[in-house]
Design a protein around this ligand. Structure first.
Ligand SMILES: NC(=O)c1ccc[n+]([C@@H]2O[C@H](COP(=O)([O-])OP(=O)(O)OC[C@H]3O[C@@H](n4cnc5c(N)ncnc54)[C@H](OP(=O)(O)O)[C@@H]3O)[C@@H](O)[C@H]2O)c1
Length: 165
C-alpha cells in the first residue's frame, strides 16, 4: 500500500484530497497543527476527515524542528499548505514559500518518490502578481530545481473562495 503525507489536510482542498486518496486505497498520514479539526466540518461545509486518516503528525511547517522525520517511510507528499484566509501574523513568505521549503527538505532527506504542490492558475506573462503569487512562484522554482520528482497543480478558484462573491 502506497503511503501519502497530506499537508494542509484540515483546509478546504486538503479534506477532499484526503477523502479521495482514502477511496483509492492509500495509507494516509496527515500533518496538522490542530487535530481537533479532524472531526469538525470546515467553514465552507467541507467534510470531517477523522475516519479517513491512518496517522496524524502534529507540526507547523514554519517550524522545521516540528517536521523532523515526518516524511520517513512516505512515498508521496501532497502540500496544499498556504495562507488563504487566516494569516495569524504570518506572511506568504513565511508559510507559502519558506514553510513549503522546510517540508520539501524533509521530503528530500526521506527520499520520497514524489512531491505534489498546489500552486495557482496564473499566466507567466503577468508582470504584477502580488506577494502571495510571488511566494508561491518562488517555492515552485525551488521545487523544480530540487532532486525530488514533482507535480505542480495550477488550479483556478475553489467554491470556498467563490462563496464570498
Ligand atoms: N482557495 C482557492 O480558490 C485557491 C485557488 C487556487 C489555488 N489555491 C491554493 O490552494 C491551496 C489550498 O487552498 P485552500 O482553499 O484549501 O486553503 P485553506 O482552506 O486555507 O487550507 C490551508 C491549509 O494550510 C494549513 N496551514 C496553514 N498554515 C500552516 C502552517 N504554518 N503549518 C501547517 N499547516 C498550515 C491550514 O491549517 P489550519 O487548518 O491549521 O489553519 C490548512 O489545512 C493554497 O496553497 C492556495 O494558495 C487556492
Amino acid at each position: 500500500m502506497k503511503r501519502v503525507l497530506v499537508a494542509g489536510a484540515t483546509g478546504y482542498l486538503g479534506r477532499y484530497v484526503v477523502k479521495e486518496l482514502k477511496k483509492q486505497g492509500f495509507y494516509i498520514k496527515i500533518l496538522v497543527r490542530n487535530p481537533d479539526k479532524l472531526n469538525q466540518t470546515g467553514d465552507f461545509l467541507e467534510p470531517p476527515i477523522g475516519e479517513d486518516v491512518d496517522e496524524v503528525a502534529i507540526g507547523d511547517i514554519t517550524k522545521p524542528n516540528t517536521l523532523k522525520h515526518v516524511c520517513d517511510n512516505i512515498d508521496y507528499v501532497f502540500s496544499s499548505v498556504g495562507i488563504t484566509r487566516k494569516s495569524n501574523g504570518m506572511t506568504f513568505e513565511d508559510v507559502d514559500y519558506q514553510g513549503n521549503v522546510n517540508l520539501l527538505k524533509e521530503a528530500e532527506n526521506s527520499h520520497v518518490a514524489k512531491f505534489m504542490y498546489i500552486h495557482v492558475c496564473i499566466n507567466d506573462d503577468w508582470k504584477k502578481t502580488g506577494p502571495l503569487i510571488e511566494a508561491k512562484k518562488r517555492f515552485v522554482d525551488v521545487l523544480t530545481a530540487s532532486n525530488v520528482d514533482h507535480i505542480i497543480i495550477r488550479p483556478t478558484g475553489y467554491f470556498s473562495d467563490l462563496t464570498s462573491f
